[in-house]
Design a protein around this ligand. Structure first.
Ligand SMILES: Cc1ncc(COP(=O)(O)O)c(C=O)c1O
Length: 394
């Protein structure tokens, strides 16, 4: 339960750990029975953490249809994305120096690619249209046997748009090109079968899936090029140095069975999201939903609210206890409009008037109704202030 008066609608940024998980965690902490030992040790204190490592790996590989040795635990998806991109460049860069990367990736991909560009990599940025759909023709026209890797996300963190990963993977295969998919936002919301998708690398993060922060999963297909990002001890079969974050891995292991309930969990969230979008557009003029016609994650709503500054809206909603987002850029304190929305062809003004609402399993109809009332009131107030400012300046 959140504190009364606070409503969390920013699940694409992070999720609040599942209540049952927190209860279990506090109980083992109180009894001082938590797995604090180092799993690499060879005495009694390592037994439980070792077991958690083994079980999490086994369960993850079963749920995602891959081999346990193809699973590398790390600190999160930023590390995973860096590892994949830098690995491929280090190993293949001399013979294949081109990368095809979508224009709307997470900064952990975009900024890594900028870094690799500075080392000589050629990056062809795959455009998306106004609906956030990826330009498959661009991939067809630009892929060649010089392309080392195609990197796209399963689902976009700002708009929720889904990319046709299987279709892209089939194109990549024809050119003997590797394929990486950032699966962070899809975890727990979309079914993911790594074998059927035929991809080489995939990245995940526990904190986007009601787990604790600090652990991620990197899938590396057997025999796909790989080089350590972090050199160190022999953890993860020598592929990622550093003592594992056992508590976070434990939380991921506890959450993985929920992958069997995706449809049920999605249904409730989708009903709320669709209701929210329908209501806000009925009650307020000048509201459009970005990528509304595309295949999207069921929990994400990216709005453009004309005549309203997104940052002002965000702060006003925060004062009333509602946690939402204006897109990725604001989270870093940057005043720049979201690069994702700009890449989709929205104007700067539209991007600056955007708001992202991302729902989660715990949200209720009452919360959405109250949020709608507050949102309508705040939008009207901001609009009336900017109208009176305009009159004052005439
Ligand atoms: C699509 C996507 N990729 C990668 C990341 C980075 O994940 P982490 O916080 O585990 O580093 C995020 C987090 O916002 C994300 O949304």
């Amino acid at each position: 339960m959140l504190r009364p008066g606070f409503v969390y609608l920013d699940h694409n940024a992070t999720t609040r750990p599942q209540a049952s998980l927190l209860t279990e965690l506090s109980s083992v902490l109180v009894r001082d029975q938590w797995p604090w030992g180092n799993p690499s040790s060879v005495h009694w204190a390592s037994r439980e953490p070792k077991n958690i490592l083994r079980e999490s790996r086994k369960l993850f590989s079963e749920k995602f249809n891959c081999h346990p040795t193809e699973v590398i635990f790390n600190s999160g998806a930023s590390e995973g994305n860096n590892t994949v991109l830098k690995s491929v460049w280090s190993i293949l860069g001399e013979t294949k120096n081109e990368f095809l990367v979508s224009h709307v990736e997470h900064p952990s991909v975009i900024k890594t690619m900028h870094y690799l560009e500075s080392l000589g990599a050629i990056v062809k940025w795959i455009p998306v249209n106004r609906e956030g759909q990826i330009d498959l023709d661009f991939i067809h026209k630009n892929i060649s046997d010089r392309t080392a890797l195609v990197s796209v996300m399963f689902a976009n963190n700002e708009t929720g748009t889904l990319f046709p990963v299987l279709e892209i993977s089939k194109i990549a295969k024809k050119y003997n090109t590797l394929m990486h998919v950032d699966c962070v936002q899809a975890l727990g919301k979309e079914k993911i079968d790594l074998k059927s998708l035929g991809i080489d690398y995939a990245t995940f993060s526990a904190h986007k899936f009601y787990g604790l922060k600090g652990c991620g999963v990197l899938f590396v297909r057997k025999s796909a090029p790989y080089i350590n990002l972090i050199h160190g001890g022999g953890q993860e079969r020598g592929r990622r140095g550093g003592t594992e974050n056992i508590l976070s891995l434990w939380s991921l292991q506890k959450m993985l069975p929920e992958l069997d309930n995706i449809e049920k969990n999605n249904e409730t969230v989708k009903n709320l999201r669709d209701y929210f979008e329908e209501q806000i557009q009925t009650r307020v003029h000048g509201v459009s939903i970005t990528a509304q016609k595309s295949k999207r994650l069921v929990n994400t709503s990216s709005l453009v609210i004309s005549g309203v500054d997104g940052e002002t809206l965000l702060m006003s909603l925060d004062l009333k206890g509602y946690a939402v987002s204006t897109g990725a850029a604001c989270s870093s304190g940057s005043p720049e409009p979201s690069p994702v929305l700009l890449a989709m062809g929205l104007t700067r003004e539209e991007a600056q008037s955007s708001l992202r609402v991302s729902l989660g399993w715990g949200n209720t109809q009452v919360e959405i109704n109250n949020f709608l009332d507050v949102l309508v009131e705040v939008i009207e107030r901001i609009r009336s202030i900017s109208e009176s400012d305009k009159v004052a300046h005439v």
